[in-house]
Design a protein around this ligand. Structure first.
Ligand code: NAD
Length: 503
């Protein structure tokens, strides 16, 4: 039985355990407090209740973790790829064994609805299996012969790397970065977001139980501008794989500049879903609702701007309003809930402020399903109409279940509005005209474009954005670009001419 009461009963012992133990760091295979003994609190977005005291690391804790990762690198990068593959599969087994617990803890820590989080752990396990299987090929290179030379390329792991992740879907995103780093032969210092650090601890415990050697993966908890900053500035950290907001990504580039840090940035988005009047109306409607409101809208690839052709806009917006009235807002652990509480009161205040500003700028706000008696962290599915692309609500990433509808006349108008944003992460196109779709695919400023479908991930495909949405791509062997150095080796096959000096 998977009802709310059962979920709460299953979660209770885990909650009691974590409250007692707290969330420590995990360095060199050992759980440890911050050197200073300082902690901060992580609380449930549902009711603000304490989940646990969390180690508040400073630069000295980060340094201890980095030294452990540096020492472990010597053996981990020379471990055979087959052995690395075996450990990563064992981690995937461990994730699957604890998948239900991970889902419940993630919901409680982030406010995300169980309906969408139920599969998050499995997705994490899939990431580990996928990159485990790629491990034996990480060093593969090219053969590029030229007259008199046999040119070959190979790759070597770059060294200890830092992984910094956000609060919205922390478990899956951590695996998405850590699995390819370990497969490549790098060692890792991971700093999860301070607002939802619980499942990163579970993940590091699973890795230890799976036989990952001490120091290969170290967990550092802390505040972004303290522990996060120290990690990005550490000279022994060779690269930073970051998922988070654009402003933080910019700061990380600056912080890493003095040590020439390689950075891979997966940042924010303001993704358009473009619905033409020849689209399959019902499927486009389903996709719009799903991409705007699933995962609380706290999703980098969420469709937060609906661009709808004027000829169908009234009908499409009316159909959206009918449906958002029955989207279920409620307890994150209730399997019937579609939208749970947002991550915290501060985020909610920001979102409410953006909605109010849209109203003062002349937009119409329809939010038919906001609980009035619940905690302050609930924001129901919200539709903003009579909007233009110049309004703040259409320009800034809101990161909430808020969809702004903007009308367009023809292809050129749709393209202009879609691209008129600082971001370039994802775009969704709905049309039955394949020629139009092909033309727009070339012209849209987006790293990922889905045509007549919602966001469906296929792990070998490149994931990432253009413009303010980031630098670099994940997925397939591309994930190894950040974690490896490429080498060229030229071997003479004849005696090529060497100009003689000093004769
Ligand atoms: P955030 O940028 O505030 O924080 C992300 C991480 O960076 C946290 O661990 C934080 O502690 C750390 N951090 C903060 N300041 C730092 C600093 N100066 N130096 C080093 N680390 C620092 O992001 P968030 O609010 O946790 O997450 C939401 C954002 O993440 C949204 O913008 C969303 O679009 C983005 N996101 C992007 C993707 C993607 O794949 N493109 C996926 C998920 C989320």
């Amino acid at each position: 039985m998977t009802d709310l009461a059962t979920h709460l009963a299953t979660l209770a012992p885990h909650l009691s355990d974590i409250r007692t133990r707290g969330i420590p760091n995990h360095i060199n295979g050992q759980a440890c407090s911050a050197h200073s003994g300082m902690t901060f609190q992580t609380t449930s977005p549902l009711d603000g209740s304490l989940i646990a005291e969390v180690a508040r690391s400073d630069a000295s804790d980060v340094n201890t973790a980095v030294q452990a990762a540096k020492t472990a690198f010597d053996t981990w990068h020379t471990t055979t790829p087959t052995a690395r593959k075996a450990v990563l599969h064992a981690i995937a087994d461990g994730i699957e064994a604890r998948a239900h617990e991970i889902a419940l803890c993630e919901c409680w820590d982030t406010g995300q609805a169980y309906r969408f989080m139920a599969k998050a752990a499995q997705r994490g396990a899939d990431n580990f299996r996928y990159f485990a299987d790629l491990a034996p090929g990480v060093q593969d290179g090219q053969s590029l012969p030229s007259p008199g030379l046999m040119n070959v390329t190979t790759r070597i792991p770059i060294g200890p790397v830092g992984v910094i992740t956000p609060w919205n879907t922390p478990f899956m995103l951590s695996t998405w970065k850590i699995a390819p780093a370990l497969a490549a032969g790098c060692t890792v210092v991971h700093k999860p977001a301070e607002l939802s650090p619980w499942t990163a601890l579970i993940l590091s415990e699973i890795a230890k139980e799976a036989g990952l050697p001490p120091g290969v993966w170290n967990l550092i908890n802390g505040i972004g501008h303290e522990a996060g900053r120290a990690l990005t500035q550490h000279p022994e950290i060779k690269a930073i794989a970051f998922v988070g907001g654009t402003a933080t990504g910019t700061a990380i580039m600056a912080q890493g500049a003095a040590t020439l840090k390689r950075v891979h940035l997966e940042l924010g988005g303001k993704n358009p879903i473009v619905v033409f009047d020849d689209a399959d109306f019902e499927r486009a409607l389903d996709a719009t609702l799903f991409m705007a409101y699933s995962l609380n809208g706290e999703r980098c690839t969420s469709a937060s701007r609906l661009l709808v052709q004027a000829s169908i806009a009234d009908r499409f917006e009316a159909a959206l309003i009918k449906r958002i009235k029955i989207i279920r807002v409620g307890h994150p652990l209730d399997p019937n809930t579609d939208i749970g509480p947002l991550i915290g009161a501060a985020h909610c205040d920001k979102v409410s402020g953006s909605i109010r500003r849209a109203q003062t700028q002349g937009a119409t706000v329809t939010a038919p399903n906001v609980p009035t008696d619940g905690p302050k962290t609930f924001i129901g599915p919200t539709l903003v109409t009579n909007a233009t692309n110049y309004m703040d609500i259409a320009r800034h990433e809101i990161f909430a279940p808020v969809l702004t509808s903007i009308r367009f006349t023809d292809d050129a108008d749709a393209l202009r509005i879609a691209n008129d944003t600082p971001y370039g992460l994802a775009a969704y196109l709905w049309t039955s005209d394949i020629n139009r779709a092909m033309r727009l695919m070339d012209q849209l400023d987006a790293g990922m474009i889905w045509v007549n479908t919602a966001n469906l991930r296929h792990l070998p495909t490149p994931f990432g954005g253009m413009k303010a949405s980031g630098i670099g791509r994940d997925g397939g062997a591309q994930s190894f670009d950040i974690y490896t150095e490429q080498k060229h080796i030229g071997i003479a096959t004849q005696d090529p001419h060497i100009p003689r000096l000093g004769v």
